[in-house]
Design a binder for this molecule. Structure first.
Ligand SMILES: [Zn+2]
Length: 207
């Protein structure tokens, strides 16, 4: 029996934060959470894997592997890519910003894979994550893992705390500011706020 996977099975992001989180510290320490659960984490260069017959077709279409989760009879491993983002215009961006963007993407990948482990994976399963999967809202599993990752890295109670801090300081809680505080990409932050605005129980609900 895979005790690590069993700890995560059917858990919500809130459950994971409560049981394995490190308090109300912002940004959420996703590496500690993974380690507290007992997940093995590795930063990996996926280039060789991307060139194999199994994955070549997708990676040739400007896609690349961001991460993977795999389980066997007694362990859960999450791999995340150490490849720098290569979006257009990146050549003009400083090393420090590139490093930070890589870090933010890796945090999201880890949270997204934890989502798959909680919601979808069975013992013996493995899942390879392509860049487009983290943007994909057509596949139910990917959509669910993305929402889960948002809830894990950007918990609503912490968003509320930041909004109230901003309001007291008369500062607008803009997406770039929130993304920096929660150490996620601007697109992940935008998606999370959009989701909260659509959730009837949320303090940000707009109907
Ligand atoms: Zn996924």
């Amino acid at each position: 029996m895979n005790t690590v996977l069993n700890k995560m099975k059917n858990k919500s992001a809130q459950d994971i934060l409560k049981e394995y989180g490190t308090g109300k510290k912002i940004p959420v320490d996703i590496v500690s959470i993974a380690e507290n659960i007992g997940i093995k984490l590795h930063s990996v260069n996926f280039e060789t894997l991307e060139e194999t017959d199994a994955f070549k077709e997708r990676t040739e279409q400007e896609d690349f592997i961001l991460g993977a989760a795999s389980t066997d009879e007694d362990s859960v491993t999450i791999l995340y890519s150490n490849r720098f983002p290569t979006n257009k215009g990146y050549e003009h961006i400083s090393e420090a910003v590139r490093e930070e963007n890589l870090k933010r993407r890796q945090r999201l990948t880890i949270a997204h894979e934890i989502g798959h482990c909680c919601l979808h994976m069975k013992e013996g399963d493995y899942h390879v994550e392509f860049r487009t999967d983290l943007r994909n809202n057509d596949k139910d599993n990917e959509k669910e893992a993305n929402i889960f990752a948002g809830e894990l890295l950007i918990p609503e109670n912490m968003v509320r705390d930041i909004y109230s801090l901003c309001s007291r300081a008369d500062v607008k809680p803009t997406i770039p500011l929130l993304a920096t505080l929660f150490r996620v990409s601007k697109s992940a932050m935008t998606a999370r706020i959009k989701h909260l605005k659509k959730s009837p129980e949320s303090f940000l609900y707009e109907g």
